[in-house]
Every structure is written in C-alpha cells, then in structure tokens.
Design a protein around this ligand. Structure first.
Ligand code: ZN
Ligand code: ZN
Length: 290
C-alpha cells in the first residue's frame, strides 16, 4: 500500500500574472502554496485586448505542476463597479465583468471574486438594484460560462455595498440565476465592517451569522488578512497576520474547524519581490493546522 500523502492545508496567496498567467503557478509553488488567487488581466486597465490565446490557455492549464495547486480562482479588476452612478462607468463595468468571466472560464477557474459595487451617493437600495441588474445582464450574455461570481464581503469604505451579510444575501436572493453566485469572505473587511472576529468566540459567532444569513454552502473562499484599522472603522487596509488589530484568533479558528478544511484560505497581504512575507504568513496558518 502506498503511504498516505501528508495532509497539506488549502492555503495560499494572491499571485501576480505578470509575464503570463502560467507564471503565477510557479510563484505560488515557490512559497509552498496549495491555493492561489489571480487577476485574469492587467488590473490597471478596463479591458484586456481580447480573450487568452490558445497558447496562453494551454501554458496555464497544461502547466506540469498545475495539479499541485488544489484551488485556483480569480479576482476581478478593481475598476468594475456594477452600481456606478455614471452610465458610462456602469456600461464599462458590465462589459469588463463579462469579458473577465470569459477569460476566467478559459483558464477553468471555478469562480471570480467581485466587489459588489459602490452606490456613489445614490443610496444602498438603488445600488443593490443596479448590482442585481448588472449581474443578470452579464450572466444572460454568457450562458455557457461555468465560472461563477463570488461576491466579496467589503469593509463598507465610502459608499461600497456588501459590508453586511444581509446585503450579499439580498443580491443572491434577487438575482435570476442565484446558482451562479457564491461568496468570498475577507477577514480584514468583515472586521472593519464591524464583525468582531478578534476572538475565537467572536469568529465562531460571525461564521454562525454568515451561515444563518447567507448559508455556509455559499462560502467558496476566505481572504486571510489582518487589518491595520480597528473594528467598525469601515476602512480597507490589509496587514500581515497577527500584526494588526485583529490578531491570530480567527485564523486559528478557520484552520482548525473542519467545516473550512475544503475552503481555500488566501492571503492578500503586502509582499516584496521575493515573497518572503507570504512564506511567514503561510507558515503561521500551517502551524495552526498541525
Ligand atoms: Zn477583493
Ligand atoms: Zn479581499
């Protein structure tokens, strides 16, 4: 009998696709990740010049070590705002999301993380309705795309929507194709939004609330970030694990509760060229699982 492979927790980090999406795989493996998040195009621009070429797709999907990453998913561009008040931005946002979903689907990514949107002063009700209309239009235009949209919990900075579980649940409930939606929880964002996950008990309570309002079956990823800013500050500033206002309690909770074993936990913390910071943060997570 073959000896059982040692248990490797499903953890990783956001990785750059600079030089080609396939290179992100090498970067993730260099920090011993088993999961990663990537942008599917240059994040500074509205649109990619076109879909991925066949060569780019096969370099990624046929990468000899692709299988060592058990979860790879996308994050959409930061310019996208489905709730934009400016009609030109709203239109660009829908087109950009549609094209990014097509590119994510080319790479076989199961979901693309999306910040729901910011209402820009029009109010949450108007913003929520625009987000639902935008998602419906985008999904209807690409019926064959399998990549889902993972709505991300936000810090509630400015007029951004999605800082309560109820808002995300509302979007899912009103979308015509709720089966194409799932959720990504960002620890720094929920803390800044006012959910106190800084203790094990608080983390447990927050995930219970998530389960009641959205349902844990919708949770597909967790962004593991500490926060430079305090509870309820509604500001989005990521910090290395254990170095911010949250501390390590929720990360220990997530790594040890078996309900989250199959959920990829991915860092979005600052890093230098050599990514030594990712190794440190991932070692912290890994130690909690041993
Ligand atoms: Zn995000
Ligand atoms: Zn995040």
């Amino acid at each position: 009998m073959k000896p059982k492979a040692p248990f490797r927790p499903l953890i990783g980090a956001h990785m750059s696709i600079s030089g080609g999406a396939a290179l992100a795989i090498d970067r993730a493996l260099s920090v011993e990740a088993t999961a990663m998040q990537i942008f599917v195009k240059n994040n500074m621009q509205w649109f990619a010049p076109g879909p991925f070429s066949d060569a780019e797709v096969s370099a990624f999907t046929q990468h000899p070590r692709r299988g060592e990453l058990r979860s790879i998913f996308g994050h959409s561009g930061y310019l996208i705002n489905l709730a934009a008040a400016n009609p030109d931005f709203a239109e660009k946002s829908r087109r950009a999301l549609r094209e990014e979903l097509l590119r994510a689907d080319q790479l076989g990514l199961p979901f693309l993380v999306l910040h729901p949107g910011a209402h820009m002063g029009e109010g949450e009700a108007v913003g929520l309705a625009k987000i639902v209309a935008g998602l419906d239009e985008v999904f209807a235009a690409i019926p064959k795309v399998k990549t889902k949209v993972a709505l991300e919990t936000t810090a509630g900075q400015g007029s951004s929507i999605g800082h309560t579980f109820e808002e995300l649940a509302w979007i899912i409930a009103h979308c015509q194709t709720p089966e194409r939606l799932c959720v990504c929880l960002d620890t720094a964002h929920v803390f800044a939004a006012g959910y106190d996950i800084s203790t094990q008990a608080g983390a447990r309570e927050t995930f219970e609330k998530f389960d009641q309002v959205i349902g844990l079956q919708r949770l597909v990823a967790v962004h593991c970030n500490d926060s430079k800013v305090g509870l309820g500050s509604h500001v989005d500033r990521h910090e290395h694990l254990g170095k911010g206002k949250i501390g390590l309690a929720p990360f220990q909770f997530l790594m040890q509760d078996p309900r989250f074993a199959a959920i990829p936990k991915v860092l979005e913390t600052p890093k230098g060229k050599e990514m030594a910071e990712d190794r440190v943060n991932l070692a912290l997570l890994r130690n909690f699982s041993e």
